[in-house]
Design a binder for this molecule. Structure first.
Ligand SMILES: [Zn+2]
Ligand SMILES: [Zn+2]
Length: 239
């Protein structure tokens, strides 16, 4: 099964566009709530997609970037965005929301600060998310993070280790989108997706591999969760 990207969904003035979501390659998601844009999991290619979709002014106006976890297919575009916003003179603050302990984002931020310390025209706010507490963005989006199960294989090629990883529900004007990020089947995702207007659910499990891998969901698992929402997209399917 292969997805045709981009995937677009909207209800009234709440919209999501998944430019792409391909495991090990890139993710890139844009949410629009009223006139405000939010970026989710900016993988490689995000700037190109945003540039053709919303243009420079709207990119510079973005106030929040949400990151589910630090794998390269979800954060590959962060450096590019930070640098683009510097070069094009963004003047409003930018919040980076990411799971507590996500070394990739902290390292990218520190390197950026170090390299351009004297010439960053906008304020960067790091929101290292420690728990599942709901919070609001400055632009009217309500966000509720939830923990997910997502592991990676260590150098011995056997041991699996949980990475800091979360999913989000995004709520605007009574409508709710659930984005699980990368995750194995888990109760937290099950609860978060239930009843949402849209669930964006990964089905990244390699179908040739048998049994749960603690990293991704099978198509069957993903559909089961998707079906508990009013509508759903399956993403991150291996190509
Ligand atoms: Zn991924
Ligand atoms: Zn991942």
């Amino acid at each position: 099964m292969e997805n045709k990207y981009p995937l677009v969904w909207h209800k009234d003035d709440f919209q999501i566009k998944v430019f792409c979501s391909i495991p090990n390659i890139a993710t890139g998601i844009l949410i629009k709530a009223s006139d405000n844009y939010f970026i989710v999991d900016p993988g490689d290619g995000i700037l190109r997609d945003l540039n053709s979709e919303i243009g420079t002014k709207n990119i510079l106006d973005v106030s929040d970037i949400f990151i589910s976890h630090g794998h390269h297919d979800h954060v590959g575009g962060v450096w590019t965005l930070l640098t683009y916003m510097r070069v094009l003179q963004k003047s409003t603050p930018l919040s980076l929301h990411f799971p507590k302990g996500c070394k990739e984002i902290i390292s990218i931020y520190r390197a950026f600060e170090q390299v351009y310390s004297n010439s960053i025209p906008y304020k960067i706010i790091l929101n290292e998310i420690p728990d599942t507490k709901e919070f609001k963005s400055s632009k009217g989006l309500t966000i509720k993070p939830f923990p997910v199960i997502h592991k990676e294989i260590l150098n011995d090629r056997v041991t699996k280790q949980q990475v800091p990883a979360i999913g989000f529900t995004f709520e605007h004007d009574g409508k709710k989108i659930c984005y699980g990020g990368d995750t194995a089947y888990c109760i937290e995702l099950e609860n978060a997706a239930k009843g949402c207007d849209l669930a964006v659910i990964e089905a990244g499990h390699d179908e040739e591999e048998e049994g749960p891998d603690d990293m991704h969901m099978t198509l069957e698992e993903a559909k089961k969760i998707g079906n508990s929402a009013k509508e759903y997209f399956l993403v991150h399917i291996p190509e």
